[in-house]
Design a binder for this molecule. Sequence first.
Ligand code: FPP
Length: 238
Amino acid sequence: MQRSDFPALPAHVGIIMDGNGRWAKQHKLAVALGHRQGTENLREIIRHTDDLGIGALSLYAFSTENWRRSPEEVAALMQLILDYFASEIDELDEKQVRITILGDKEGLPEKQRETLRRAEERTADNTGLRLNIAINYGGRDELVRAARQLAAAAREGRIRPEEITEEVLAGQLWTRGQPDVDLLIRTSGEMRLSNFLLWQCAYAEFIFPEKLWPDFGVADYDAALAAYARRNRRFGGR
Ligand code: FPP
């Protein structure tokens, strides 16, 4: 479908790409291959987001809680980050996509940190789709960091406590300058936010397709966007 097919489109879509492990199990494959398969459909999903003129897309790739997985699975996901950027960065840059990493890069191994830093730097002046990839990300962690920065600013006399507004706090988040999430999609039938964009999802519409992430394609994405367009958003009003 194209932009004119939708009566309304979100300005910012968040996706929790869930179900890679179950997909691997279904296909009797190692979990790492499930994650790898989960990057195959990403290219089309990103391309479609861009074609529709949706301004921002946030993807949950690795949470602060994902370190609890087996060392093998963590290593596979870390390798996937390197491979993903190596294979996609040229096309993304060419399409004017601006990449922002949400999460604490300092907590990542050197190679990953450098790769992500370079991707952000290379695309920093691009004017197209804002592609946010959450890696070593936690919504609470993001809010704690914002609180610390504002407390430090207050202590140093750079801001007065009563000057701290929603806008000021939002300006301390990794998504600063971007619109709130309008539509949050989590695949595989799980209905949880799992610490993803807690602040930014305050008024988001939630859609939970049953499909496992590697099976989620552009037609499923269109169906979610069409369902979003049918929702009546009131933002607390009538
Ligand atoms: C959840 O599935 C998925 C993840 C923890 C990782 C998602 C990552 C990708 C799709 C790779 C994207 C990478 C980049 C760099 C964009 P799960 O393993 O929790 O699935 P399960 O609940 O079925 O076990």
